[in-house]
Design a protein around this ligand. Structure first.
Ligand code: ZN
Ligand code: ZN
Ligand code: ZN
Length: 360
């Protein structure tokens, strides 16, 4: 599989006139090799030329972690060795070098200084067309972790909320994600209650939840490196008329946007479907973010479901549909599912209840 991906990368390098691709920390490296660099100061970097076997340059002490298939060469570097020099030797005569977006600037600046004659560009135009269209195996991984997040959402609806802090519920959600089979988290879970729920990326803190709060819970895990990401909004006790009314609008918008997903329509058109329904109900000013983001090895990646993105959706693309309504000082709510574009429509990977669920 990795040899095949490298093959496709080398073909697009040739077509684009790129002489070398360099991938370091971040998710491009595991996508192409299965190996994730330790995000520390010692450099790990894969050097890919247009032809031939790519070389992974890795700190000697981390070499025992590296289990690559024979399509790669591994070059360990010792503590006293010039690691940048090894890379310069591998790609030094390249004219056009493409670097992964998540490579640290410190590594890149060192390389640029030592290879002054080269032109530098992002590797994303080469990697994106591959990474954005998920293979059946990738979809299976997304589906498995989405199902685990759904099980956590169902268990969450049985938990007591009142009297607990947001931080306490955050810890509970994160433990539940691991219990449900995830190897880790895709991001720190968000628990945002009462007025805090009006802040979409609120970091759960010491606020104690109480009757009358809406509580936005946004969380996801990782399986085989692939991320889940789902949001459900809970109600401590019974909702007021204004909360119930806003949630009905939000649910209609979210479901309409999911139903609009199919090959051949643009990413922007999906954003418009959700936004129009929220606008027409008078909440337009309170839907303050894009409708969704792609998901895969990264929890946020292309394609972004946002006005202005005229990318045409294709089978295999996976992304969130997550409109929200945020009333400053009062309440907030969001509903988020991960969907995959199929040959003739959409597959919604999340199945847990999207209703405003009353909790104790
Ligand atoms: Zn978000
Ligand atoms: Zn989310
Ligand atoms: Zn999301």
């Amino acid at each position: 599989m990795y040899a095949h991906r490298i093959d496709r990368l080398q073909t697009s390098m040739t077509a684009a006139g790129v002489d070398a691709v360099l991938l370091s920390v971040g998710t491009d490296l595991p996508y192409f090799t299965g190996y994730e660099a330790m995000p520390l100061e010692r450099i790990t970097m894969l050097a890919v030329a247009r032809t031939g076997v790519p070389t992974l340059v890795v700190p000697e002490l981390e070499r025992p972690r590296v289990k690559l298939d024979p399509a790669f060469e591994v070059r360990g570097w010792g503590e006293m060795e010039d690691s940048i020099g090894i890379l310069v030797e591998l790609v030094g005569d390249a004219r056009l070098v493409a670097v992964g977006d998540q490579c640290w600037s410190g590594f890149l600046l060192d390389l640029q200084q030592r290879i002054p004659g080269a032109f530098w560009q992002s590797a994303t135009p080469l990697t994106l067309p591959m990474r954005m269209r998920k293979t059946p195996d990738e979809v299976a991984a997304l589906r498995a972790t989405a199902a685990s997040a759904d099980r956590v959402a169902a268990r969450l609806a049985e938990e007591p909320f009142a009297g607990r802090t947001e931080a306490d519920l955050t810890v509970w959600i994160e433990a539940a994600l691991r219990e449900e089979g995830n190897e880790g988290l895709s991001f720190q879970a968000i628990v945002a209650s009462g007025p805090n729920a009006a802040s979409p990326h609120h970091h759960g803190g010491t606020r104690i939840m109480t009757a009358g709060d809406t509580v936005v819970c946004d969380f996801g895990g990782r399986m085989g490196g692939y991320c889940s990401d789902t949001t459900r909004t809970f109600m401590v006790g019974e909702p007021s008329e204004s909360v119930a009314g806003a949630h009905a609008v939000l649910l209609a918008a979210q479901q309409a946007a999911v139903a609009a997903v199919r090959p051949g329509v643009t990413a922007a058109s999906i954003d418009r479907v959700a936004r129009q329904i929220i606008d027409e109900a008078g909440y337009g000013a309170y839907f303050i973010h894009r409708t969704g983001h792609g998901i895969g090895l990264d929890v946020h990646e292309h394609p972004y479901i946002v006005e202005g993105n005229d990318l045409v959706l294709e089978p295999g693309m996976a992304f969130s549909i997550e409109p929200g309504i945020y009333m400053p000082g009062e309440f907030g709510m969001r509903i988020e599912d991960i969907v995959v574009v199929t040959d003739n429509g959409v597959d919604n990977l999340n199945r847990s209840s999207r209703e405003l669920l009353s909790v104790r």
